[in-house]
Design a protein. Structure first.
Length: 268
């Protein structure tokens, strides 16, 4: 059967080269991506304690506007995922364009296999001082509903947690609001910016604002990036800062401090 299909395909290409060329130029609904980056920052907070991350995933986009995807990255268990070192994201939704405007709505599940929210290692953020004695014993995960609207190269997005925010007790209903912009300067150059704010339900100390400003260069499909990332988290590891993580080898790490990220990525 495989040989017969191949023969028919070759014959069709010979008899109808115009049709074959049109079919070849039709973009595939399935795409993949891979990135190597010097530090994985999620909403401005380091997930790898300043160490490199390898990331990748795939997306399926139907012509109707519905889509599904998966994205993965290594993480440090000390960043709030005791016993886990992998993040797996699963998402699906619907997006549609209306001229220069766009709408995107969906669900996203962050999942950390092998992790335990009640583990002895991890971030101080896994406990909530406003809910003494309360813990979560499941795998660390977070489910969010998101809604985004865009105009040309500007996007505004709202994410709302449907579970306790990454298993911090009594934080269900936390919100993250962000604005981002990506501008094509031509000749493979692009600039991007971002500002976001986390409002943690029942845990105001967990809230903060993060910022990002970056530049990219496309070299024959390989995209090089340099990005300045910063947050207004407390940056005081001597005080009760939920974003100062305990290093496995001892000491603490300010996961919200400013840094420059270097990356290389490819979409295929």
């Amino acid at each position: 059967m495989r040989k017969s299909i191949l023969s028919l395909s070759v014959a069709a290409a010979l008899l109808a080269p115009g049709l074959a060329a049109a079919q070849a130029s039709t973009p595939s609904p399935l795409t993949g991506n891979a990135t190597l980056i010097t530090d994985y920052r999620f909403r401005g907070i380091s997930q790898t304690l300043g160490k490199p991350a390898f990331q990748g995933g795939f997306d399926y986009a139907h012509a109707s506007g519905f889509y599904l995807g998966n994205w993965n990255s290594n993480v440090s268990e000390a960043a709030g995922y005791p016993g886990g070192n992998l993040e797996m994201d699963f998402y699906g939704g619907y997006r549609r364009a209306f001229g220069d405007y766009g709408l995107d709505v969906g669900l996203l599940e962050y999942y950390y296999p092998g992790s335990k929210a009640s583990g002895s290692l991890g971030a101080a953020a896994l406990t909530n001082p406003h809910s003494p004695g309360k813990t979560n014993s499941s795998n660390v995960h977070n489910t969010e509903f998101y809604l985004a609207g865009s105009w040309k190269w500007i996007t505004l997005k709202w994410s709302h947690s449907l579970t306790d925010y990454f298993m911090v007790p009594d934080t269900k209903g936390s919100n993250y609001l962000e604005a981002s912009a990506t501008y094509d300067m031509g000749n493979g150059w692009g600039v991007n910016g971002h500002a976001g704010h986390l409002s943690a339900h029942n845990f105001s100390e967990l809230g903060y604002t993060d910022y990002k400003l970056g530049v990219t260069k496309d070299l024959s499909g390989w995209v090089l990036g340099a990005t300045l990332v910063s947050t207004n988290a407390k940056h005081d590891c001597a005080a009760a800062d939920p974003y100062c993580f305990a290093k496995p080898a001892g000491g603490t790490y300010d996961a919200g401090k400013s840094t420059v990220l270097l990356s290389i990525s490819k979409t295929f």
